[in-house]
Design a protein around this ligand. Sequence first.
Ligand code: GDP
Length: 445
Amino acid sequence: MFESLSDRLSGVFERLTKQGALSADDVKTALREVRVALLEADVSLPVARDFVKRVQDKATGQAVTKSVTPGQQVVKIVHDELVAVLTGDEDPGKLKIDNPPAPILMVGLQGGGKTTSTAKLAKRLKERDGKRVLMASLDVYRPAAMQQLEVLGAQIGVDTLPIVAGQKPVDIAKRAKQQATLGGYDVYMLDTAGRLHIDEVLMSEVEQVSAAVNPRETLLVVDGLTGQVAVEVAQEFDDKIGISGVVLTRMDGDGRGGAALSMRAVTGKPIRFVGVGEKMDALETFEPERIAGRILGMGDIVALVEKAQETLEAEQAERMMRRFQKGQFNMNDLKGQLEQMQKMGGMESVMGMMPGMGKMAKQVQEAGFDDKVITRQIALIQSMTKRERANPQLLQASRKKRIAKGAGQEVSDLNKLLKMQRQMADMMKKMGKMGKGGMLKQAMK
Ligand code: GDP
């Protein structure tokens, strides 16, 4: 389910992750596409617009600041926002059926899966919650519909109200209530008649039934494949009779799924259950996290993001190695290494990871390479101009004085740093010469 939305967003995020940092403009561009994707997935325009705006506000706030993958950051924000839109205060799987016999009214258009869902839900209440359930069909227009419920009831071992020909829906409802009370049922479910389209007769009929039994839950069953139409239907039913929740059917098909998002945003009513097949146990509790994950194809995207990141790092490492092999190891490289070491827990631990490097680690340390001074060394490098960093051989007396002063240190400190840079350059060159599969390559991995 949700394939096109997922595919579309995957594409968007794939492009995003190819970029190093995320600017406000990047976020804007990406989210413009997210909006199109949402619209294509049948999310209504105001909902899509609102959704994107909220994500944008959050994304630009955090965007470029942190060094975590920007793509991941946006994916996470979009994901969280999807969950936020899809989540209600209620526990979707928990119906208000405490005082027996609790009436549940099932409403919706014809063919939406109402009768099937009634039986599925009855089975669930019976098996999971240990409830005694009575089902009654109020569809006086289609005797076949009444029989259908009876057949399903027999199949799942749930009682149905005996069919009495010629009774009006509201009278059947009253009879169901009576029988449920007398028979000691916990729940009675009323499967109302559907129509092809919403019409006044249907609505007033449902209204009458609702007034007669005062349902604890009024669940609207809608075909998830109908997208925007499903949302309009939900809104209309909610305006006219008031619904307490939605059952979204046919979510096993390749529907575009935006209905779930709009449904929640537009009606404010929770999606309680999701129909995922024709079988009697093909009913799932609606889980916002899971649906959002499926909308985004989260696992895939995160994997993609990581892969892109790895490729990028591998390419950088490769480039660096080629330069080192030629003996090119300037202050920028040294700074990069120092920062890397800081991140990885210091020089010793890094050296410790490389086979046969114990001795070299000691040498380097003797050359003034100590974890505690890394920060000071970085400060010295930061005090150099761009040109000086790229060409440390430029550093003569006057430049040295200026740099040391800028970092609040002595020229002797800078000299130690320069000595270390030369040693490192030398070391890198040697290691590089060990070949492509050599130690440096190993160390860079
Ligand atoms: P009603 O007219 O609203 O009562 O609709 P029905 O319950 O008779 O369902 C119409 C058709 O949709 C039946 O063939 C059901 O088996 C099928 N159906 C209902 N729910 C689902 C679902 O979640 N997935 C799939 N694939 N089919 C469903």
